[in-house]
Write a protein that binds this ligand. Structure first.
Ligand code: DGP
Length: 115
């Protein structure tokens, strides 16, 4: 755990969140600033700063993130209509929290190209 990290504090139960999923490896909770009717953050418990800090040791973990994204989309009823999983990397990519996370967005049509 990184002491000043918001997502580590949410994982440790020190900051409240509306949880949608939890296991030993990852947590998922509603985004504070939703960009779609359903906007859930899927966050590994392990403090990894950005996508650029992933190693082969994390391959299974990231695969698990995508499995949970699909399960949540299915359970929340927007899997068939379509959804998006987004990872913002570094400031130019839109990253603002320095603990790797994946935005699961659903409940509306998505546009392309993204902003
Ligand atoms: P990004 O910009 O890709 O790093 O996304 C960070 C997201 O985290 C952003 O959409 C807002 C969300 N967020 C930041 N702080 C909190 C918090 O304390 N609680 C929750 N639920 N979401 C947060």
């Amino acid at each position: 755990m990184a002491g000043d990290c918001i997502f580590c504090k949410i994982a440790a139960g020190e900051i409240p969140a509306k949880f949608r999923y939890k296991d030993d490896e990852i947590i998922a909770f509603d985004d504070l600033d939703p960009q779609a009717p359903q906007h859930i953050l899927i966050v590994p418990r392990k403090h990894i700063r950005t996508t650029l800090d992933l190693t082969t040791a994390d391959n299974e973990l990231i695969g698990h993130v995508y499995q949970v994204a699909g399960k949540l989309a299915h359970d929340l009823g927007f899997a068939q209509d379509g959804f998006r999983v987004v990872n913002n990397c570094n400031e130019g990519g839109g990253q603002s929290v320095w603990h790797i996370h994946f935005h699961l967005l659903g409940g509306r049509d998505m546009v392309w190209p993204p902003g």
